[in-house]
Write a protein that binds this ligand. Structure first.
Ligand code: GRF
Length: 206
């Protein structure tokens, strides 16, 4: 998937990879001008790895078992990403905390998608948290990754009403539709240079 402007993405996954698929599809459809140069997973059997291979994208499994120190894992990641001249790193269902070496190597260049309207319900099981709390509206958030878990400046959000008969699965499915819509859109904004960070806010650059 060559890209005329040469925006080079890496996508980090741990599982299903439906957000990865949404990014692949947006590139194919021409709404996102970028190339995914590598998909990296900490889990070898992540179904998303198959999606990447089917799309002709290089895949790389980096096992945490090989690294006793967490930062060493991140240093290995940085090496692989630098080797491939990656511009922007997209976390898509990546179930590891991103540490200092990655944040230092890619300042304001790591994005994540989260299945709630942050700052509500960070961390695991966000859809269950929302349902159990009783909120009437939840949603999806794409944000820059910082040292604070799910706490970085917000690029895009989409609201999803919670229905009286929702289960965790039904709510998660409707939120996922929004994730797939806003994640490629947020990546496109960042690559277009349309996102400047001012404190907590993401604004149009002057
Ligand atoms: C998504 O709900 C995402 O928001 C969360 O993990 C899930 C990953 O799904 N961080 P997928 O692997 O992209 O299908």
């Amino acid at each position: 998937m060559p890209s005329p402007t040469g925006n080079r993405l890496a996508v980090l996954i741990s599982g299903r990879g439906s957000n990865l698929q949404a990014i692949i599809d947006a590139i194919r459809e021409g709404t996102l001008d970028a190339t995914i140069v590598v998909v990296i997973s900490n889990r070898e059997a992540a179904p998303g790895m198959m999606r990447a291979r089917e799309a002709g994208i290089e895949t790389l499994h980096i096992s945490a078992k090989a690294y006793a120190i967490r930062d060493d894992y991140d240093r290995a990641l940085v090496r692989e990403l630098r080797e491939r001249n990656v511009d922007v790193v997209c976390l898509a269902g990546y179930m590891r905390l991103v540490g200092g070496p990655m944040l230092d190597a890619f300042p304001d260049r790591i994005l994540n998608v989260h299945p709630s309207l942050l700052p509500a319900f960070p961390g695991l099981d966000a859809q269950r948290q929302a349902l159990e709390y009783g909120v009437r509206v939840s949603g999806a958030t794409v944000h820059f990754v910082t040292r604070e878990l799910d706490g970085g400046p917000i690029i895009l959000q989409a609201a999803v009403p919670v229905r009286a008969d929702d289960t965790v699965d039904s709510l998660a499915a409707r939120i996922l539709v929004e994730e797939h819509r806003i994640y490629p859109a947020a990546i496109a904004r960042v690559l277009a240079g349309a996102c400047a960070i001012q404190g907590r806010r993401v604004v149009q650059p002057a």
